[in-house]
Design a protein around this ligand. Structure first.
Ligand code: GLY
Length: 358
């Protein structure tokens, strides 16, 4: 039977849209030959509306803040619907800087962030080490972003698949290469990078190399905050999971190749161990490459596709796919069910990249 909604792409965004549409009473099919195998399988899962608020991206930052605010309720509802935890943790994020040059660089950004009214407080080295005793004594300064949390994207996908299935969503292992072959009331393109070929929208791959480590003897990592570090001009983040895993990332490269390079691993591990020396004793369990779906203005593309009746897109989430999952899903489900876009979507519509004025 022809479904009300077909979603192309079973990453967190596509699955969450499907789940939310099903909750509104729509029949939903999701198409993906390999659910959860895209950027989310590599992503660290930082929910960072503050630490990833960058110069000149105020509208995007507002969207990140609004979506982050939905995370507590979303994680709770999803965990109950799926009967599975998603690794949502609220210990907050420490921004740490190794040298005085690193402090100066970090300070420029957190001064801007504080100017936007975002919660980030400056901490002295002694205060940083009181929060994380494992930090190197060489760390010169830092800040604390209490509202920047984390979730485990791999658990998130598992939970979304279960919750969506329980809500009646069907997942078809089919690869969609032409939207005209999909028969549904509305087609939602949530295919990350794949949206470029399907829609012609300017979504490009931004390569990220990411490592996974594991604390010795099955113990949890010796730190509990997400650490975002500046270490001798190198940028790094470390995300501790309660099961002992630590995600270390990430490069940001305008490339499509899938090579894990010695230089990137060296840079990430040098920065990580400079900030948290105990990491050197951890097991290196995984080296991976993922591709963020980037757009020309770094902001996602969400809305009805001009000139293509019945096609809605939700792609281009770049570095923010996990934090933007709850809000994107709600806004797209509302759009699909009412046909009316929420004004919050005005800056993010596909029309900013198409020539069709409609
Ligand atoms: N948001 C983290 C990253 O893009 O690496």
């Amino acid at each position: 039977m022809r479904p009300d909604v077909a979603v192309v792409g079973a990453g967190p965004i596509g699955l969450a849209i499907a789940w939310r549409c099903a909750a509104r009473g729509m029949s939903v099919v999701v198409h993906d030959p390999a659910p959860g195998s895209g950027a989310s399988d590599v992503a660290a899962g930082m929910l960072a509306p503050v630490a990833e608020a960058y110069f000149g991206e105020e509208e995007l930052t507002s969207l990140l803040v609004a979506s982050a605010a939905r995370w507590p309720g979303f994680a709770d509802e999803l965990s109950r619907a799926a009967g599975a935890e998603v690794g949502y943790r609220t210990d907050g994020t420490l921004v740490v800087a190794l040298t005085s040059d690193d402090v100066a660089e970090a300070e420029r950004l957190w001064t801007y962030q504080r100017g936007l009214g975002l919660p980030i407080s400056v901490l002295r080295p002694a205060d940083l080490r009181a929060r994380e005793p494992g930090l190197s004594p060489r760390v010169r300064g830092g800040g604390y972003a209490p509202d920047d949390h984390q979730v485990d994207p791999r658990r998130l996908v598992v939970a979304l698949r279960v919750a969506a299935a329980r809500a009646g969503v069907r997942v078809e292992p089919t690869a969609v290469t032409d939207l005209s072959t999909v028969d549904a009331g509305v087609v939602v393109v949530a295919a990350g990078l794949g949206a470029a070929a399907l829609t012609g929208l300017p979504v490009r791959p931004v390569k990220g190399q990411v490592l996974r480590l594991r604390a010795p003897d099955g113990a949890p990592p010796g730190f509990r905050h997400v650490i975002r570090g500046y270490a001798d001009q190198r940028h790094v983040y470390l995300v501790p999971r309660t099961d002992g895993e630590v995600v270390v990332g990430a490069t940001v490269e305008e490339r499509l190749d899938d090579t894990v390079t010695a230089g990137a691993v060296l840079d990430l591990l040098r920065a990580a161990t400079d900030l948290l020396p105990e990491i050197a004793e951890y097991q290196l369990t995984e080296t991976r490459v993922g591709w963020r779906p980037g757009t020309p203005d770094n902001a996602p593309i969400i809305g009805a596709l001009p000139g293509r009746p019945g096609v809605v897109v939700a792609t281009g989430h770049y570095r923010h796919g996990i934090v933007l999952t709850p809000l994107t899903a709600d806004l797209v489900a509302d759009l699909v069910s009412t046909g009316v876009p929420d004004p919050a979507l005005d800056p993010f519509g596909p029309a900013r990249f198409t020539t069709d004025p409609n």
